[in-house]
Design a protein around this ligand. Structure first.
Ligand code: NAD
Length: 494
């Protein structure tokens, strides 16, 4: 059985110091397809050292040369995206067309980074004081670590590394150990695109690798995406050692449906956003907040559509694939047990009629869910949609703003005034108006509020450029006949 190794300094590295391996499993069959080396402290330190050594030359490589590599990478990725999508499906389980969608959204950030030169322009002021000019510049920060989750093995790393590399940093990526192969594929693509060795490195591993990154004085920044408890851990420990950290956490995304909404459109959206990728999306809708007067109709429409979904091996292009591991499937099934026991109405029970092999659940729909139930309070991260009924808009927004997560949300309405009020009042980072999964395009920035993000900087777009660079302001005077004289006062501008 093949063992996936690290990618350090432009080549595959099998480290003698690694003593542990993890299984790579195809979730559609339950069959172990390979193993992945779990990096030891020494292995991770060698990747950080490679990135550190590559930094001085890459930082001083011209913008023209850096962007030429970015353009090459974009062309190669676009030409070979099917290969990457198939790798994702074989380890994550999602449907191939959905994996292609993930690659496309990552490619958007590569395309944004191709235009990095215009984002790195500084400002210049002539004669800020007599014969004194001032200009500002932004410079790369150094070794940038990326720690990513299982659910988007290509897109989430691509939220960060195109911008980090384009701005002149070097990267150590620690992908999820559950679906690690996409990261090595991307590393090889960088090499083919002409990126110098050591600028992009991949280390596989788990907590030991993450802790090594957090403790390393050579790592300047950490971009983390994963569950809220680990995001908080990474933020607290990374900042404690002086790093710049952006740590994106979990989510519980609500979709508020007002009585004037197009209920067919809302039902389509709830099904697509609730069950797509088996609910394993940080922007999945997991709670539909239905105003009482339309709740019966809406639940009926969601149920009718959900019954038609085809569940199967993602490689055969059904509507929905399996969950990522047996343990995760069992955890999600446990939430379905708990919801039924707590008294929620089970409209569709995903525990029934699942295939014998693989880590499958069918879509589950709960109605009459209340905010005290664990199916409401917890991020389930599976194909489970909960409907909470509310008397009207005010109760709906109170519920949503009381939730500790604030990643994404959507409102479905034909009332522009209500939509505008929602946009203004809702305490969530990404808002959709009649759009169920409002993932910002590559030239805006992605990030939630509250327990969905630790730190203050969102991913990619202008905020990404800001995160991966630091500002400098230069005040200059060149000798001319007006120079000279002593003055010990604080410099003022005249
Ligand atoms: P996870 O938190 O288990 O793992 C994320 C990363 O942290 C992985 O690389 C993993 O190896 C590492 N890790 C796991 N346990 C650790 C520990 N104890 N100490 C140090 N590092 C550890 O998350 P996951 O299950 O891979 O991904 C699903 C989660 O990610 C969900 O909560 C989902 O909402 C979240 N997510 C959030 C966003 C977002 O944009 N906010 C996007 C995608 C996923």
């Amino acid at each position: 059985m093949a063992t996936l190794s690290h990618w350090i300094n432009g080549r595959t590295v099998t480290a003698d110091t690694d003593t542990r391996l993890g299984d790579i499993t195809n979730p559609a069959t339950g069959v172990v397809s390979g193993q992945v080396a779990l990096g030891s402290k020494a292995t991770v330190e060698s990747a950080i050292a490679a990135a550190s050594a590559a930094f001085p030359a890459w930082r001083d490589t011209s913008l023209a040369k850096r962007t030429a590599v970015l353009f090459n990478f974009r062309e190669l990725l676009n030409a070979r995206k099917q290969e990457l999508a198939e790798i994702i499906t074989a380890e994550h389980g999602k449907v191939v067309s959905d994996a292609l969608g993930e690659v496309a959204r990552g490619q958007e950030v590569v395309e944004f980074a191709c235009g990095i030169a215009s984002h790195l322009r500084g400002g210049h002021t002539e004669n800020a004081s007599t014969n004194i000019d001032v200009h500002s510049l932004r410079q790369p920060i150094g070794v940038s670590a990326i720690i990513s989750p299982f659910n988007f093995p290509a897109m989430v790393p691509m939220w960060f590394f195109p911008v980090a590399i384009a701005t002149g940093n070097t990267v150590v990526l620690k992908p999820s150990e559950k679906d690690p192969s996409a990261a090595n594929w991307l590393a090889e693509l960088w090499k083919e695109a002409g990126l110098p060795d050591g600028v992009f490195n991949v280390v596989h591993g788990d907590k030991e690798a993450v802790d090594t990154i957090l403790e390393s004085p050579e790592v300047a920044s950490v971009s983390f995406v994963g569950s809220t408890p680990i995001a908080q851990y990474v933020y607290e420990n990374g900042t404690a050692t002086g790093k710049r950290v952006q740590a994106l956490g979990g989510a519980k995304n609500h979709m508020l449906v007002l009585p004037d909404a197009d209920l067919d459109l809302a039902a389509d959206a709830a099904v697509n956003a609730g069950y797509g990728a088996a609910g394993e999306r940080c922007m999945a809708i997991s709670v539909v907040v239905a105003v009482d007067s339309i709740a019966d109709d809406l639940v009926a429409k969601i149920a009718e559509r959900t019954k038609t979904l085809r569940v199967g091996d993602g490689a055969t292009e059904p509507d929905m694939g399996p969950l990522v591991t047996a343990a995760h499937r069992d955890k999600v099934a446990g939430y379905i047990d708990a919801g039924a026991e707590a008294g929620a109405t089970v409209v569709l029970d995903g525990r029934e009629n699942t295939p014998a092999e693989g880590f499958f659940l069918n879509p589950t729909l709960f109605d009459n869910v209340t905010p005290d139930m664990s199916i409401y309070t917890d991020e389930i991260f599976g194909p489970v949609l909960a409907v909470v009924r509310v008397p009207g808009y005010d109760e709906g927004i109170d519920l949503i703003n009381s939730n500790p997560y604030g990643n994404g949300t959507a409102i479905f309405t034909n009332d522009g005034g209500a939509a505008r009020r929602y946009e203004n009042e809702v305490e969530v980072g990404m808002v959709g108006i009649n759009v169920p999964i409002p993932v910002p395009v590559g030239y805006y920035s992605f990030g939630g509020w509250k327990n969905s993000l630790f730190g203050d900087t969102h991913a990619y777009g202008d905020e990404g450029v800001h995160f991966f660079t630091r500002g400098k302001v230069v005040t200059s005077r060149w000798l001319d006949p007006s120079h000279g004289g002593l003055n010990l006062g604080f410099p003022t501008n005249d």
